[in-house]
Write a protein that binds this ligand. Sequence first.
Ligand code: C5P
Length: 302
Amino acid sequence: MTTPSPVTVRVPAKVNVRLAVGAARPDGFHDLANVFLAVSLFDEVTATPADALTVTCTGPDADQVPLDRTNLAARAAEVLAARHGIEPAVHLHIAKNIPVAGGMAGGSADGAAALLACDTLWGLDTPREELLALCAELGSDVPFSLAGGAALGTGRGELLTPVDAGTFHWVFAVADGGLSTPAVFREFDRLTEGTPIPEPEASPALLAALASGDPHALAATLANDLQPAALSLRPSLRATLDAGLDAGALAALVSGSGPTTAFLVADEEAAAKVAAALEASATCRTTRTATGPTPGATVLAP
Ligand code: C5P
């Protein structure tokens, strides 16, 4: 029997153009109306046959990535193998470019990529719906990492409906260190205690702006209900948001649970200008520019 060739999957980061958060549910999660946009910052996960499940990682922030079974890529291999009654005998290599613990779904991206890479390596041909259900077991943002494009996520964010989106230009400011998603949701609970929380919804104006491809219209409707919580835990992010706006960004917001901040800009030229100003401002560690939407997890040609 010949050994199957390694399989590499490329997977995008995401930004939330609307993250509406409802009250905490009995299971501890929050109902969301989460409008995801996949952006052109990518991780690549390569699955190679091995004696046992192992994970390695390279990239600028590789030292911050756990290589044990808490890594969502490792968990993805385990849940897929368990589903099919086989051993997760695979080596997973993550080439990491998405900021770590940054609110851009980097861990979720690696989970979705590993699932698709292992499914392909092991010749399982798991139906798409089943892959999406396995993604939802791994985490609330993982189904979107598989799907990509632009989508509204309801429930805890895992129930996806694709939405139309024109192309938008973004700058991302990467902060020092990460923020824990559960900690940001806990801070949201603390800040909203005693106040009525409306049902989360994505406004028709936001969805129309997204579909139109007009960055000025989208800038007027972007919002993230987790932003006050992220700013409360990391007040220095306010200076980053202000630096991007001063440099001409059309809108600035915390990406997901942060601490990466996202700047919507008019075009590529504005992106370069805002990125240079953010770098010079010393209010962030580094910047990335990207466009979205972009496709979800994709197997690369060998
Ligand atoms: O689903 P995931 O494992 O990514 O979620 C991480 C944590 O974020 C959860 O344990 C929970 O504390 C919080 N969360 C939440 N509501 C959501 C999604 C995540 O409270 N809709």
